[in-house]
Design a protein around this ligand. Structure first.
Ligand SMILES: *Cc1c(COP(=O)(O)O)cnc(C)c1O
Length: 457
C-alpha cells in the first residue's frame, strides 16, 4: 500500500481501544516458573504475597489461566488521557535510508512521565486505592518508574514513597523534582530510614546505592507500615499483563489496514514493554496461527538474555523478595555505568525468560555508542528525541532495514519506541564529546557473579 492508503500515524478510535488486558501466560504451553519463597523454596501463595503486594495484583501475578482480564473503567478513563498511542509509519526514515522495508514504531513517550511505565503505574495505584490502602512504596533507578508512579498516585490521592538510588538522586535532580511536583516523597537510597539501609551504610559507608538495595528498603517500609504495599515497575507477570495494552493497540492498528509484520523488536530491561508489545503476536505464534520474528535488544554491558544463566535468583540485594526463575547475571551483578538506566537490571521477566528458553524469540546485545548513533540517526529524521533504552530497539530496527537494502526484501518491521530522552542529555553530551565508552563484562567477571546464584533446581 502507498502513502495515500496508510496514514503516517495510525490512531485507533476511542471505542476501538482494548477493554481487557491479554494474559499471554494462559496460552503458553510451558508456563513461566513460579516465584518461590526465599525461606522455604515453595511456590509463593496468595497468602505469602499479600503482605507485600496489593491483593488484586497478587491474584493477577498468580493467574496463568484467564486469557483476558477486564480493564476497570476508572483505568480506561485514565488511559484515554494519553492513549491510544500512535503507531507511526516511519516514511521519512525509510526514504532517508533508501530501504524497501516498511518501518513502524509504537510511540509510548506521549505522556508527562515520558515512557510506557504509566500503563502499569495507573493500574497498580488503582488496585491499591480499591483495597483502601493509604499508600505505596517503590524504588526507582533512573527515575522513569518513580515519575510514572507519582503521577498515578496523585490521580488516586495515594501517598507515594520512592526510594531513589542515591547516585541518580544526586545526578538527576530534575526527575526528582517532577516526582515531588506530583506529591511523592523521594528518599535517596541507601538511607537511615530503614534497618537494611542502616546496615548497608554501616558496611559500605559512602556507597552511592543500587537498584537491588533500593528495592530492599522499599519492601521493608511497605511491610512494616500499616496501610502500605510495595509496587514494582517491571519484571513481574502483572506488569507484563498491564503492558499488553501496547501490543493489543499495535495489533488492532495493523489489522485495521491489513498489515502483517515480519518482525517485532523491543528493548529489554526487566522485560515489561517488550512483553506487552509482543503479547498478542506471541499468542498467535504459540497457537500456530502466525509466525513472526521477535527480537529482544539489550545492552552489551548488561546482557541477561545473551550471556546470563536461566536459574532461580534473588530479585534484590537484600534477598528479602521472592526468588524468580529467569535469565540472570546474578543479583550481585553491578553493570558498568552505562546510560540506559532502565536496562540495568540483572534479571529478566520470567515470562520472557521461558519464551526465550523455548526458542520462541531471539535476543541481541548491542554496544552503547552504536545505540546512541542510532538514536541520533532516528532523531534527525523522525524528530522524536528517543530515550537511551528505546534506542536499543531503534538500533536493531535500523540494522534490519539496512539489510533489506541489500536483499531488496520489503520486510515489515515494527518496533517499540518506549519513551523520550529529555532527562538523558548528559548521556547524549558524553556521546557528542566522544567520551562514552563501550564497556562489556568479561567471561571471568560474569563467572564470579554466577557463583552467587542460589543452589536451587
Ligand atoms: C524502564 C524503561 C525501559 C525498560 O523497562 P522494561 O521493563 O524492560 O520495559 C525501556 N524504555 C524506557 C523508556 C523505560 O523507562
Amino acid at each position: 500500500m502507498s502513502k495515500d492508503t496508510i496514514p503516517y500515524k495510525i490512531y485507533l478510535e476511542e471505542n476501538e481501544m482494548p477493554k481487557a488486558w491479554y494474559n499471554l501466560r494462559a496460552d503458553m504451553i510451558n508456563k513461566p516458573a513460579p516465584l518461590i519463597h526465599p525461606g522455604t523454596h515453595q511456590p509463593m501463595t496468595l497468602e505469602d504475597l499479600s503482605p507485600v503486594f496489593c491483593e488484586e495484583l497478587c491474584k493477577q501475578e498468580l493467574n496463568n489461566t484467564d486469557p483476558f482480564i477486564e480493564i476497570p473503567q476508572e483505568i480506561r478513563d485514565f488511559y484515554k488521557m494519553y492513549r491510544p498511542s500512535p503507531l507511526v509509519r516511519a516514511y521519512c526514515l525509510e526514504e532517508k535510508l533508501g530501504t524497501p522495508a516498511k518501518i513502524y514504531y509504537k510511540f509510548e513517550g506521549n505522556n508527562t512521565s515520558g515512557s510506557h511505565k504509566l500503563n502499569s503505574a495507573i493500574a497498580q495505584a488503582y488496585y491499591a486505592k480499591q483495597q483502601g490502602l493509604k499508600g505505596v512504596t517503590t524504588e526507582t533507578g533512573a527515575g522513569q518508574w518513580g515519575t510514572a508512579l507519582s503521577m498515578a498516585c496523585s490521580y488516586f490521592d495515594l501517598d507515594c514513597k520512592v526510594y531513589m538510588v542515591k547516585v541518580s538522586y544526586e545526578q538527576k535532580p530534575f526527575r526528582r523534582e517532577v516526582m515531588r511536583t506530583y506529591g511523592a516523597s523521594v528518599t535517596p537510597s541507601p538511607s537511615e530510614t530503614t534497618q537494611i539501609g542502616k546496615k548497608i551504610l554501616e558496611e559500605h559507608p559512602g556507597t552511592t546505592g543500587s537498584l537491588g538495595c533500593a528495592i530492599s528498603e522499599a519492601v521493608e517500609v511497605a511491610t512494616s507500615t500499616p496501610g502500605y504495599r510495595y509496587v514494582l515497575g517491571s519484571v513481574l507477570n502483572q506488569v507484563l499483563l498491564h503492558q499488553s495494552i501496547i501490543g493489543l493497540e499495535t495489533k488492532a492498528a495493523l489489522d485495521k489496514y491489513g498489515i502483517v509484520p515480519d518482525m517485532i523488536i523491543g528493548c529489554a530491561g526487566g522485560g515489561s514493554n517488550l512483553g506487552g508489545l509482543i503479547a498478542p503476536f506471541m499468542g498467535e505464534k504459540i497457537k500456530g496461527n502466525a509466525d513472526y520474528r521477535i527480537i529482544a535488544v539489550e545492552p552489551a554491558s548488561c546482557p541477561s538474555f545473551t550471556r546470563g544463566r536461566y536459574a532461580y535468583d534473588f530479585a534484590d540485594t537484600g534477598m528479602v523478595c521472592p526468588l524468580a526463575k529467569m535469565y540472570t547475571l546474578g543479583s550481585g551483578f553491578i553493570p558498568a555505568p552505562n546510560h540506559a538506566g532502565g536496562l540495568r537490571y540483572h534479571g529478566m521477566s520470567p515470562v520472557l525468560s521461558q519464551l526465550y528458553d523455548d526458542g520462541l524469540m531471539e535476543a541481541i546485545a548491542v554496544p552503547q555508542t552504536e545505540v546512541f548513533a542510532a538514536a541520533e540517526e532516528f532523531a534527525r529524521v523522525e524528530g522524536i528525541l528517543p530515550a537511551p533504552e528505546s534506542s536499543h530497539a531503534i538500533k536493531v530496527a535500523l540494522d534490519e532495514a539496512k539489510k533489506c537494502i541489500e536483499t531488496g526484501e520489503e520486510k515489515t518491521i515494527v518496533f517499540g519506541l518506549t519513551g523520550t530522552g529529555y532527562f538523558d542529555m548528559v548521556a547524549y553530551e558524553k556521546y557528542h564529546d566522544g567520551i562514552m565508552d563501550d564497556y562489556v563484562p568479561t567471561d571471568e567477571e560474569l563467572e564470579k557473579y554466577f557463583e552467587t546464584l542460589p543452589p536451587i533446581e
